[in-house]
Design a protein around this ligand. Structure first.
Ligand code: BGC
Length: 718
């Protein structure tokens, strides 16, 4: 199987895209796929998980560490750096099996050629470590100076975040300690360079950087290599190493072994379609480099660790699109994701209170402690350049249900009901209490309604009885009832504790009443489920027609004046997302009719959309329709050209929800894996050219080998 991502050209406009495509990481930080000589103006970043800061009036966002990779070469006193110095040739490679990034660049000078080769990795075995091997050679005798060190002048979208930088050097170990402004978080970056050849070495420390100059007389044809071992630590991960004592090769071996273990369980083989297998495993790579292993109080941000876009915040993406992969390949990671929500319950309670609600309303853009990172004005209008009032923060109530659903999926596949005892039941109950306080009833109606919401299709704001939201709210009530019962039967102490606080019998009654009487949109005479009250009365324009009304390509389609707002054009799967989850409650015919109605009206303006449609297409039994949507999801970060702007806000970066969604489609859609009577079962629906699939899955603490063929499959315990 091919595990290499490669480009043989260097184009300045592709620098942002390649920064994402060639991203490496280890859950604690992501290292953007930029060159070693790249500085902040070309979006170079070592983006940290779980460390946030607010500078001035800007948005609170994740913090980028001082750049320990910074390295540039000077030949005969002239600097050779991309993008300024045009290369003769350039290769950039990501070996995503071993999670190793490489580059080779050749520049031509009047006297001959200079070749720079570099190899680096964000260690999976030692998560504070980044290691770099950097070589330079020329085909003529010359003077070379390699400048390599820690660049503290980092790229920020809403920074700078380090109000204090302490730069020092001791026995060749350079250190830059950054202190953030808002909460005085300390980020420490260190590094040590080994150069086993004759050279002069000098370390220069200034107020932001510690750079070493390694100067030597180079002989034609000779390769000069330096090895750098660097570490970054921050409050979320502080297991440091002595950078001057460990060798590059030792670290590389341990790193490769750690990845071998990960791939042993997470590789998905597709027989008959190398292109799909490549894209899917590349997606899985992206999920693995952002998984919070060996860390507490962190989850996964919507743009992973590719930068500060979306404020480094955690969205419903994690529970709806990513957690399934971890539940079935590394349940400890899934548990960390769930614990993050349990640990941030207080933040969710604070938000509920702010809106006059009971219980817990999770942040739409959750940062540490469950702090809501989303602002009331989350988009900048392209015409007036003014911030636009949006309702993502106040009205995307469905985020709390996603948290509940994540917990359900985890427990269903692991059997780990101790989550209920350890805060899970309380989180679920609090979400159900929030929804109960949101329900409204008209004087003569029997139904509870959920009015004034934003559903997954964000273009239509402040709508009522969004089909997806109401169904998820009902699920939350039902889950809360189950959680209370489980506590009563299995965890008496916890039951008594919560009973004192909430009066569980009364709550159970209320939740039952809510689940039974909440308005659930049923298919109409055409078999269609209306996305929200009044949706079918909106103008039935095509996506292209709506697009043609844009006055500016970066204009926002939704909200008060958006081109899509008064039409039936939607941003992303909404009713279809609901059917993907609750499909077994409807006839296949209904699923098909709704797919056929909503798909042509969907802009797929979010990378979360295609996988949901693909999953439903599999459930309908149409793998050929599912296939291109699956490929779009799995290949989302392989090709440039994704949506990079929302109004005037840059939203580029990696797309882990789409990648997690691709895994869900492959395993639960094409392979048709489901849980039946507490057992793993499969009901495949393979695309024509797929002869079969092979992969492993964790279920109820056991590992299974799954082999799928055209007619069925075998699931055997390993
Ligand atoms: C989507 C949201 C998603 C967010 C982060 C938005 O464009 O509409 O559903 O949670 O991106 O991925």
């Amino acid at each position: 199987m091919n595990w290499i991502v490669q480009t043989n050209e260097y184009k300045k406009d592709l620098v942002p895209h390649n920064g994402n495509k060639f991203l490496t990481g280890n859950g604690f930080f992501g290292v953007r796929g930029t060159m070693e000589e790249t500085k902040k103006d070309n979006m170079c970043a070592i983006n940290l998980a779980g460390v946030y800061d607010r500078a001035g009036d800007g948005w609170r966002e994740s913090v980028n560490a001082p750049n320990v990779l910074y390295t540039v070469v000077e030949v005969d006193d002239k600097e050779y750096a991309l993008p300024e110095a045009e290369p003769k040739s350039h290769e950039q490679i990501l070996d995503f099996y071993n999670a190793i990034h490489k580059r080779k660049t050749i520049w031509t000078t009047e006297k001959g050629e200079i070749t720079v080769e570099a190899e680096r990795f964000a260690s999976m075995a030692n998560q504070s470590v980044i290691a770099l091997k950097y070589s330079v050679s020329t085909d003529y005798d010359c003077k070379i100076r390699i400048k390599s060190g820690i660049d503290g002048d980092v790229w920020d979208i809403n920074g700078p975040h380090f109000v204090k930088l302490e730069v020092s050097e001791n026995n060749g170990v350079k250190t830059v300690v950054g202190t953030t402004g808002e909460k005085s978080h300390i980020v420490t970056a260190k590094e040590y360079i080994k150069a086993d050849f004759n050279c002069d070495r000098k370390i220069n420390c200034d107020s932001m950087s510690a750079i070493e100059e390694i100067s030597f007389d180079a002989k034609s044809g000779e390769i000069y290599t330096i090895e750098k071992v660097a570490s970054v630590i921050a409050p979320v991960f502080s297991e440091d190493i002595d950078v001057s004592r460990v060798s590059y090769d030792e670290l590389k071996n341990a790193h490769i072994k750690a990845w071998e273990k990960i791939w042993d369980i997470s590789t998905v083989e597709i027989i008959g379609d190398d292109e799909a297998m490549y894209a899917l495993n590349y997606s899985i790579y992206h999920l693995n480099i952002i998984a919070p292993r060996n860390m507490d109080n962190v989850s996964i941000a919507a743009r992973g660790l590719s930068g500060q876009v979306y404020k480094g915040a955690v969205f419903w993406d994690t529970e709806m699109f990513m957690i399934d992969y971890f539940i079935h390949t590394d349940p400890a990671v899934a548990k960390t994701l769930i614990d993050y929500r349990i640990d941030t319950l207080q933040g969710a309670r604070n938000k509920a209170k702010e809106y006059g609600l009971e219980g817990a309303y999770y942040a739409w853009e959750s940062q540490e402690g469950g702090f809501e990172g989303c602002s009331d004005y989350n988009i900048t209008d392209v015409f007036t350049k003014r911030p636009m009032r949006t309702y993502f923060r106040d009205k995307q109530y469905h985020v709390s249900a996603a948290v509940v659903y994540g917990i359900c999926k985890y427990i269903d596949a692991t059997g780990d009901t101790s989550v209920f005892e350890n805060g899970g039941a309380e989180a679920i109950i609090e979400c159900a209490r929030m929804y109960r306080s949101l329900l409204l009833k008209r004087a003569d109606s029997k139904f509870y309604e959920v009015r004034d919401v934003v559903g997954p299709d964000e273009y239509h704001e402040r709508v009522s009885n969004n089909a997806y939201t109401n169904k998820m709210v009902k699920l939350t009530f039902e889950t809360a009832i189950d959680a209370i019962k489980t506590l009563e039967n299995e965890y008496a102490d916890k039951y008594n504790e919560l009973d004192k606080k909430y009066d569980l019998k009364t709550l159970e009654e209320r939740f039952k009443d809510s689940a039974e009487n909440i308005l659930i949109k049923e298919p109409d005479e055409r078999g269609l489920i209306e996305q929200f009250d009044g949706y079918f009365n909106l103008e039935d324009a095509t996506v292209d027609e709506v697009r043609s009304r844009l006055l500016d390509p970066k204009e926002y389609w939704g909200g008060a004046y958006g081109v899509a707002s008064d039409t039936q054009v939607l941003k992303q799967a909404d009713v279809v997302a609901m059917l993907g989850i609750f499909g077994n409650e409807y006839d296949k015919e209904i699923l098909k009719k709704n797919f056929d109605y909503y798909e042509p009206r969907t802009e797929h303006g979010s990378s979360l959309s295609a996988c949901m449609y693909s999953l439903l297409a599999c459930q309908i039994g149409n793998a050929e329709i599912a296939y291109p949507l699956f490929m779009k999801s799995a290949g989302v970060d392989l090709k440039p050209g994704g949506k990079e702007w929302m109004g005037l806000i840059y939203i580029g970066g990696t797309h882990p929800a789409s990648e997690g969604g691709a895994w869900i489609v492959a395993v639960k859609g094409f392979a048709g894996i489901n849980i039946e009577n507490g057992k793993l079962n499969c009901n495949p629906c393979l695309p024509e050219k797929w002869q079969g699939m092979k992969f492993k899955l964790m279920f109820m603490d056991k590992l299974y080998q799954v082999e799928i063929n055209k007619n069925g499959g075998n699931i055997t315990e390993v």
